[in-house]
Write a protein that binds this ligand. Sequence first.
Ligand SMILES: Nc1ncnc2c1ncn2[C@@H]1O[C@H](COP(=O)(O)OP(=O)(O)OP(=O)(O)O)[C@@H](O)[C@H]1O
Length: 255
Amino acid sequence: MTAPILSARNIVKRYGKFTAVNGVSIDIMPGTVHSVIGPNGAGKTTLFHSLTGTVPITEGNILLDGEEVGHLPDYRRVLKGIARSFQVTSLFLNLSVRENLRLAAQGRHPGQAFRLWRDAESLTAACDTAEALLERLNLAAVASRPAGELSHGQQRRLEVGMAMAGRPKVIFLDEPTSGMGIDDIGEMKRLIHGLRNECAVVLIEHNMDIVMDISDRITVMQLGQVLVEARPDEIRNDERVRRAYLGGMITGGAA
Ligand SMILES: Nc1ncnc2c1ncn2[C@@H]1O[C@H](COP(=O)(O)OP(=O)(O)OP(=O)(O)O)[C@@H](O)[C@H]1O
């Protein structure tokens, strides 16, 4: 039987007396897109922060490829193979798209990001990674333009590319299609769908059409806990989910 690439057990995150995540267990299987959905305030973002190390967990265990990472800071988890999509503000807006990707590829190894000129071999590898990513991201035509001049949709694809550049084992994407038009959404869906060939994807997404279309598994959260975890077709037809709190939200997309 295939082992999960990421396995979180009984994750608890408290802010003072308030428990935002209350005993969540989740297994992320390799080669899958696993979405986390739920109403506002359900604890999705807090769970993401807990798994990526953005906030320290109060209780629980997180195994990445069998190794406990639950108490490592976020930058150490990145080195172990956990990536999350950077926010637009984390792009180097004055550098070209190609240079952004090169730096992200170099940054895979600690201390190398700003030693490009000293390590020709690693620079060549980073260039190759950047060129391959430019094609994957459909950004080759704008490779030489400053990242700050890209459209919103292009910037969001570049963020995903920056996370991909380190060849992570698991990528966390937090609402990658927010604020996008229909064409950009289609491109992002194709990109995410293709990612599962090389790593697992954990996705927070409010657009149910997208969730139903591209997820292999869906975890539904409510009040800091897991309400149900299942395949999209099962979630769509789950009366607890439908009646209890998502109701008419699950309507679109081909599950
Ligand atoms: N830093 C914090 N301090 C105190 N409470 C917090 C903090 N961050 C989140 N919370 C609370 O934890 C609960 C879960 O929030 P969280 O942002 O994880 O939910 P969510 O499911 O991602 O919601 P949304 O879909 O609206 O983004 C909310 O009640 C929120 O107010």
